[in-house]
Design a protein around this ligand. Structure first.
Ligand SMILES: *Cc1c(COP(=O)(O)O)cnc(C)c1O
Length: 401
């Protein structure tokens, strides 16, 4: 794309963003499978290390394929704003989250967060950060008054950590309102934007300081690589603190995974439009079904966070969950009858995925414990795919019968 052409459409940036001219005129960004990069002279090496000259040195610090993927995602998160952002691709979503939390928080400091976080994030806070004397206050952040009380009473809260929408009941918190509270109490806000992607939700526009994604999910879109990205404003703090931690903790990505990610992002708008359209149809179908007790989908007016979701998201997303009336045995029977939809954990791929937390991810968790998080015996979690909607509903219908 010519440097003088400024595209205005989201999909144009998803397709062309981040791609630099390449010396062999390759149409696609090549996979730069090289750990190091060569200096013409010792002086050039000196200039590269001092930062006087731009250029790659070592792939843990930066690599052309990784750079292209980072720039594409950054362009999408900054879409429609004049923000200067910087992204760091990681080996996983958890690596991106670890870099962020370890870089931002110091012993004695606290973070404030909402319940219903991704399981790994929750464990990282409760097992790793606690050993470093960093504690996490888990509060219902949909209650802004409660959020403010905690900020007022705990001056050592340095970070508000959000994930919206979140598992398993697709709860959404108000990013903009929480960002203005954070400003008042001088703390930073990080948003895990994995479920929404920058197509559905742009947290920086709402005042966030950091955005993370598990790129394993919708950004890659095809389930071919584990990855993550951490994005922040391109300022001194990011350069001196975040980039330092990323390089030293060593959670870098690699050229092949970055290549797969670049291919996936090109179709993100098309995929998300179809995912969300299908999810709405599935939610409406399930809501009317006699064996379904409850449907949790942010697009339904019956969802408690419907208004917040519609305020900050383009569409309410591809993820939903529902409760079967006949509990554990009903859940197991339903899962076993599926013929096209896939029985698996995870999310973000083009095919429809279903999981039954009570018999799978949360099998070992005592019932009263998991029910606190809305994981009832009959709860089914669903990533609605981009298949033909008639076929998805047909499969659900026969599995429910
Ligand atoms: C999957 C996921 C993560 C963790 O990402 P990995 O790529 O598996 O390390 C974090 N947050 C959310 C919301 C996720 O869905």
């Amino acid at each position: 794309m010519d440097k003088n052409f400024i595209p205005e459409g989201w999909s144009s940036i998803a397709v062309h963003g981040g791609q630099e001219p390449e010396s062999n005129h390759a149409h696609q960004t090549p996979i730069y499978a090289s750990s190091t990069f060569v200096f013409d002279t010792a002086e050039q090496g000196m200039r590269r290390f001092s930062g006087e000259e731009k250029g790659f040195i070592y792939s843990r610090w930066g690599n052309p394929t990784i750079d292209a993927a980072e720039k594409k995602i950054v362009a999408l998160e900054a879409f429609g704003t004049s923000l200067e952002l910087k992204g760091l691709l990681h080996s996983s979503g958890m690596a991106a989250i670890s870099t962020l939390l370890l870089a931002v928080l110091k012993p004695g400091e606290k973070l404030l967060t909402h319940f219903g976080l991704y399981g790994g994030t929750n464990e990282l806070m409760n097992r790793v950060l606690t050993d470093l004397q960093i504690s996490s206050l888990i509060v219902d952040l949909r209650d802004l008054q409660l959020a403010e009380e905690h900020l007022k009473n705990n001056k050592d809260i340095r970070l508000i950590y959000l994930e919206t929408p979140a598992n398993p009941t697709i709860q959404c918190v108000d990013i903009e309102a929480l960002c203005s509270l954070a400003k008042k109490y001088d703390c930073k806000v990080a948003v895990d934007n994995t479920f929404a992607t920058p197509y559905l939700q742009q947290p920086f526009k709402l005042g966030a300081d950091f955005v993370m994604h598990s790129t394993t999910k919708f950004l890659n879109g095809h389930g071919t690589a584990i990855g993550g990205i951490l994005i922040g404003k391109d300022d001194t703090y990011f350069k001196e603190r975040i980039i330092k931690f990323h390089r030293l903790l060593g959670g870098n990505s690699n050229a092949f995974d970055a290549f797969l990610l670049i291919q996936g992002i090109k179709t993100l708008e098309l995929r998300m439009e179809r995912h969300c359209h299908n999810a709405m149809e599935v939610a409406r179908f399930l809501e009317k079904h006699s064996l379904v007790a409850k449907v949790n989908y942010a697009g339904l007016p019956s969802h408690p966070d419907h208004a917040v979701a519609m305020k900050q998201m383009r569409h309410p997303g591809p993820m939903l969950s529902f409760e079967l009336k006949n509990g554990l045995s009903g859940g197991i029977a339903f899962m076993n009858k599926l013929k096209m939809c896939v029985r698996t954990v995870s999310l973000g791929t083009v095919d429809t995925l279903l999981s039954h937390p009570a018999s799978m991810t949360h099998f070992g968790v005592p019932k009263p414990e998991r029910e606190k998080y809305g994981i009832t015996d009959g709860l089914i979690r669903m990533n609605v795919g981009i298949e033909n909607i008639g076929d998805i509903i047909h499969d659900l219908e026969q599995a429910l019968s």
